[in-house]
Write a protein that binds this ligand. Structure first.
Ligand SMILES: Cc1cc2nc3c(=O)[nH]c(=O)nc-3n(C[C@H](O)[C@H](O)[C@H](O)COP(=O)(O)OP(=O)(O)OC[C@H]3O[C@@H](n4cnc5c(N)ncnc54)[C@H](O)[C@@H]3O)c2cc1C
Length: 470
């Protein structure tokens, strides 16, 4: 049975109270307008449960009435997973379910509700002398449930792992309203299938996460950060290997930026001061952490050795927090700076780390064969094998005409990625953007297994239908 919209709104209001529902499309902007402005389908309603019991009641109602639900956190996802596809969905914002349940910094864990903003989780941990090391540029808006459901990565994966590796347990409401209580603080638990890991990265298709137990780490005493000038991605790879050997797990970040990144940011007045040692074909932002009691100078010594070995051409080491902030801003502004240059064709891909130089060379050549003068802007988490392989149009080109050629460009880049044993979605997920692509490239048996899991846990296809699997 499905209800008409007025009856649906009445029932949802009964479950959540008048302050728990937004039924006017005009008032839904914050929940519908996603960062890339690619998806524009309205929702039937937005609901904002403020307790786990309300989420359960909502799911039970949706299960009985065949109402599709889209779990939503901060609405910062980049593949349209958190916004409507057909217009018959109800968005379930977890924003009001955002409390801290418990924290034990000494033991290294805290349990928070799904709607807590990531930055708030950072602050709570820091106030207890601990660190939750998942840092992404959207951390001021992204919420824990969304971060886990998209298995977010960010700039610290090298040292601490992605969201999946930073979570010990989850609590989630299933499609029929049952509550899965998987909250625990265990590092070891070999009692069957890892249901937590199934829910993490599921993009809201298997359950609505209501709380999670997160791993905490000791706060480092400080960081040593540098921007290094490099002649090529091959040299960057050699430097990465050398720094990893020297710094081990203290190597916190190894981010790659091409010269065009500095050029665009400079031309558009995005830098108050050039954070680099001057023009260079490539830059790496390298950072090591300094545990309490450890001696400083590890990065400086590593860079001096690299200079002696001819791996690097020059480097600037941050001497103050302001320097470090400026260096990170240079890296973090890479996505935004491209939009100042017009349209951008984007790919969030990963390859085995040794293949990064080939990815950049062969991907750039394939794109240039399609569009003469295209400007490759490959940047990102080189230390994780994850490159945001973006392209800006040739100087003076028309944006619309450029974007009309996006599909062949995607095919060309993904062909290189797959040939190198890589993934067509490193950290942003599938959502509604890449469902067709997933069908084409994923191992068929893996797809069958994913569909079987979805059918078992959500037989009526209530949770985020059409996302990830179509
Ligand atoms: C400027 C910017 C920078 C970014 N940088 C990075 C980066 O470096 N690394 C990276 O990995 N990602 C990055 N992202 C994308 C990243 O995926 C999101 O920022 C974040 O992880 C999503 O959190 P959210 O709360 O906004 O989730 P939403 O966008 O609201 O949702 C994302 C997915 O999670 C599901 N979901 C949300 N809440 C729940 C829940 N409680 N239970 C079940 N499912 C749920 C949604 O249905 C959807 O499928 C960036 C995005 C922006 C805009």
């Amino acid at each position: 049975m499905s209800l008409d919209t007025a009856a649906l709104v009445t029932k949802l209001t009964e479950i959540l109270g008048p302050s728990g529902i937004i039924a006017e499309t005009a008032a839904m902007g914050a929940y519908l307008n996603e960062p890339r402005k690619r998806f524009h389908v309205p929702a039937l309603a937005v609901v904002l449960p403020k307790s786990v019991a309300e989420v359960q009641a909502l799911a039970r109602f949706a299960f009985e009435n065949g109402t599709p639900l889209i779990p939503q956190g901060g609405n910062t996802g980049l593949v349209g997973a958190q916004v409507p596809l057909k217009g018959n969905e109800v968005i379930v914002s977890l924003a009001r379910l955002n409390g801290l349940r418990e924290i034990n910094a000494d033991a290294g864990h805290m349990t928070v509700e799904a709607g807590m903003i990531l930055e708030e989780a950072h602050k709570i941990a820091e106030a207890e002398g601990a660190m939750f090391p998942l840092w992404i540029a959207s951390q001021g808006s992204a919420r824990i449930g969304g971060v886990l459901s998209s298995n977010a990565g960010g700039v610290n994966v090298l040292a601490y792992g992605n969201a999946r590796e930073l979570c010990l347990g989850v609590e989630a409401v299933l499609a029929d309203g049952r509550l899965y209580n998987g909250l625990n603080a265990l590092k070891k638990d070999n009692t069957g299938y890892d249901l937590k890991d199934l829910l993490i990265g599921a993009e809201g298709t298997l359950g609505i996460i209501t709380a999670a137990t997160l791993k905490l780490f000791p706060l480092p005493a400080g960081y040593e950060t540098a921007i290094v000038n490099l002649s090529s991605p091959e040299k960057a790879l050699e430097l990465f290997y050398a720094m990893r050997e020297r710094a081990g797990t203290r190597l916190n970040a190894f981010e790659l930026v091409p010269w065009i990144g500095l050029d665009i940011q400079t031309r558009h007045g995005m830098l108050d001061k050039d954070p680099t040692a001057g023009p260079s074909p490539w830059y790496a932002l390298v950072e090591v952490s300094q545990p309490k009691g450890a001696e400083g100078g590890l990065l400086q010594a590593g860079l001096e050795a690299a200079f002696e070995a001819n791996l690097i051409d020059n480097a600037v080491v941050a001497e103050s927090l302001a320097d470090r902030t400026r260096m990170w801003a240079f890296r973090e502004q890479m996505s935004e700076c491209q939009s100042r240059e017009g349209a951008s064709i984007k790919h969030d891909v990963s390859v085995p780390i040794a293949a990064i130089p080939r990815l950049i060379a062969e991907g750039s050549a394939a794109a240039q064969a399609l569009v003469a003068g295209i400007r490759p802007v490959p940047f990102g988490h080189m230390g994780d094998g994850n490159i945001h392989f973006n392209f800006s149009p040739p100087v003076g080109a028309d944006d619309k005409a450029f974007m009309a050629g996006a599909e062949p460009m995607h095919d060309a880049v993904y062909e290189v990625v797959l040939k190198l044993g890589g993934s067509v979605s490193a950290e942003h997920g599938i959502g509604q953007l890449k469902t067709e692509l997933l069908k084409r490239v994923k191992d068929p048996v893996a797809l069958e297994m994913m569909r079987a899991i979805k059918q078992a846990l959500d037989p009526k296809d209530i949770l985020n239908p059409g996302k990830m699997l179509s």
